[in-house]
Design a protein around this ligand. Structure first.
Ligand SMILES: Cc1cc2nc3c(=O)[nH]c(=O)nc-3n(C[C@H](O)[C@H](O)[C@H](O)COP(=O)(O)OP(=O)(O)OC[C@H]3O[C@@H](n4cnc5c(N)ncnc54)[C@H](O)[C@@H]3O)c2cc1C
Ligand code: FES
Ligand code: FES
Length: 481
């Protein structure tokens, strides 16, 4: 990731004022263009509130399941491949299709369980889960397979820990996790040789290697240690990253156009620049902003909230950048939490372990924040604007003395996090403003920073209590009594 892109302090001052949304959007497009399992799709008549899951099942791709409908079980997991506006690289995101608005996949490639293999010709992941008894009723299986598929597409040689973590947003009710995990761990770089990825396509572990098992010689990946092979190795298909569904060439050049969908009663806007977003907010301060949709979709489904005007801002490049400064990190408010984890790791490297304590604390907290599918779409802005008392991030942002930059057509407002929360789900964000970025200071000399989350289980659970502590020790000597 290249540091230093696109966060300019007073950019909002130059925003042109418009008086009506009709004027602003007169030449906006009303057609979604994306790919499903390698096939180009255009959709121009769509209820703007449709989720990706409703759409996929509606076109007959019923391998993707509907379980909880609230991002908690992972049965609806699909992969959304896209050029990440933060890293500018292709990222294969495991996503909960039950929460994702269809409008969010414009310009992206949606891959479902049907796209990677079938009963006659299963994908290596499908084969190993089946042969390894990782599926009984099969309801959770497509979601589990797609979480593992996303992991392998991003990194064909994952560590044991990476494999385990890839499932933190998937539940299975009947198989039990052991066989699922065992089958999945056959892809980790220690358990195998990395298969075709690292040895140029020949495959190894799961092919018979002259009776010798893995070319690395041991289940721990230590080439010097010989392991006695007691049973014939199963003849699994190797995973070959070069033969997977390619990222469509047309999407590399996809022109992101602003979109307006729906009718007079219910409209969805998909601005592609910060300026367009601020203009919408200035005309319609009550417009509902949608980022990762991990809160808003729950409000729509379970709290019967209805929004006449929704604005999807999840891919606006200006809200997805970050920049390292001498004494603070500025991070776009709608970076995904997965990207925030990586940015914090870079920040610890850059500032060192003492000054980088706030970033180490955020990274640690994010590890226990929801599951990977949620972290792939959810944003710090969504966490802040929701102002929920069970938020995992907000206590750290307050204790680090972070400053929030709010933007509107009128200009920027710098709000210290200590003044942002006014009460239960009430914030100091002006109605015509959006949260644009966060300035997170490094720790000063003598400061110590730690964050804690206590929940009923470690992964994918809401906190019983959160704490973030910053202790500042001066160098005064203890007073003589
Ligand atoms: C299964 C599940 C597990 C979860 N686990 C956790 C957890 O462990 N810890 C935790 O803290 N939370 C958790 N959450 C809550 C949620 O994921 C977070 O609050 C997340 O940060 C919301 O981000 P989002 O981008 O998805 O927000 P959205 O749902 O898109 O939006 C949430 C709110 O933020 C506003 N908003 C979004 N972007 C902006 C912006 N730039 N400016 C102003 N307003 C904006 C929206 O208008 C909306 O009011 C969980 C949710 C689910 C469904
Ligand atoms: S259906 Fe449970 S996470 Fe989507
Ligand atoms: S196999 Fe039945 S829920 Fe997982």
């Amino acid at each position: 990731m290249a540091p230093g892109i696109g966060i300019h302090e007073d950019s909002a001052a130059a925003v042109e004022k418009v008086t009506s949304l009709a004027q602003l959007t007169e030449d906006w497009d009303d057609t979604l263009r994306f790919y499903v399992n390698g096939t180009k799709v255009t959709v121009d008549t769509v209820n703007p509130e449709v989720t990706l899951l409703e759409y996929l099942r509606g076109i007959g791709l019923t391998g993707t399941k509907l379980g909880c409908a609230e991002g908690g079980c992972g049965a609806c997991t699909v992969v959304v491949s896209h050029i990440n506006p933060t890293t500018k690289k292709i990222y294969h995101a495991s996503v909960n299709a039950c929460l994702a608005p269809l409008v969010s996949v414009d310009g992206k490639h949606v891959i479902t369980v049907e796209g990677i293999g079938n009963v006659k010709d299963p994908h290596p992941i499908q084969e190993r889960i089946a042969v390894g008894n990782g599926s009984q009723c099969g309801f959770c299986t497509p979601g589990i397979i797609m979480s593992l598929y996303a992991l392998l597409r991003n990194d064909p040689s994952p560590s044991e820990h990476d494999v385990e973590e890839a499932f933190d947003g998937n539940l299975c009710r009947c198989t039990g996790y052991r066989p699922i995990l065992d089958a999945a761990q056959s892809f980790n770089k220690n358990n195998s040789c990395g298969m075709a990825s690292s040895n140029g396509g020949s495959g190894c572990c799961m092919e018979k290697n002259g009776g010798g098992g893995c070319c690395k010689g041991s289940s721990a990946g230590n080439q010097d240690e010989k392991v006695e092979i007691k049973f014939p190795q199963p003849d699994f298909k190797p995973y070959n990253p070069d033969t997977q569904l390619i990222f469509p060439a047309a999407l590399r050049k996809h022109e992101f156009r602003p979109l307006v969908l729906g009718n007079k009663r219910k409209k969805w806007y998909r601005p592609v620049t910060l300026e367009q977003l601020l203009q919408i907010k200035s005309i319609h301060p009550e417009a509902k902003l949608i980022g990762g949709s991990s809160e808003t979709q729950i409000e729509i489904k379970f709290k019967a909230m209805r929004y006449a005007c929704s604005v999807y801002l999840g891919d606006i490049p200006e809200l997805r950048q970050f920049e390292f400064h001498d004494d603070y990190l500025e991070v776009g408010a709608n970076v995904s939490l997965t990207d925030l984890e990586n940015i914090c790791a870079l920040a610890v490297e850059r500032y060192g372990s003492a000054a980088g304590q706030p970033f180490a604390a955020i990274k640690k907290q994010l590890h226990y924040f929801a599951g990977r599918q949620i972290r792939n779409v959810a944003s710090p802005a969504g966490n802040l604007a929701t102002a929920s008392p069970i938020s995992d991030l907000n206590p750290i942002l307050v204790s680090t003395n972070t400053t929030l930059i709010a933007k509107s057509v009128g200009g920027d407002k710098h709000i210290p996090m200590t003044e942002f929360f006014l009460g239960y789900r009430k914030t100091a964000l002006p109605p015509d403003s959006i949260i644009a970025s966060l300035r997170i200071p490094i720790a000063q000399k003598g400061e110590y920073m730690r964050a804690y989350k206590q929940a009923k289980r470690k992964d994918d659970d809401i906190a019983i209590v959160n704490a973030a502590l910053r202790v500042s020790l001066g160098d005064q000597r203890r007073p003589q009594l």
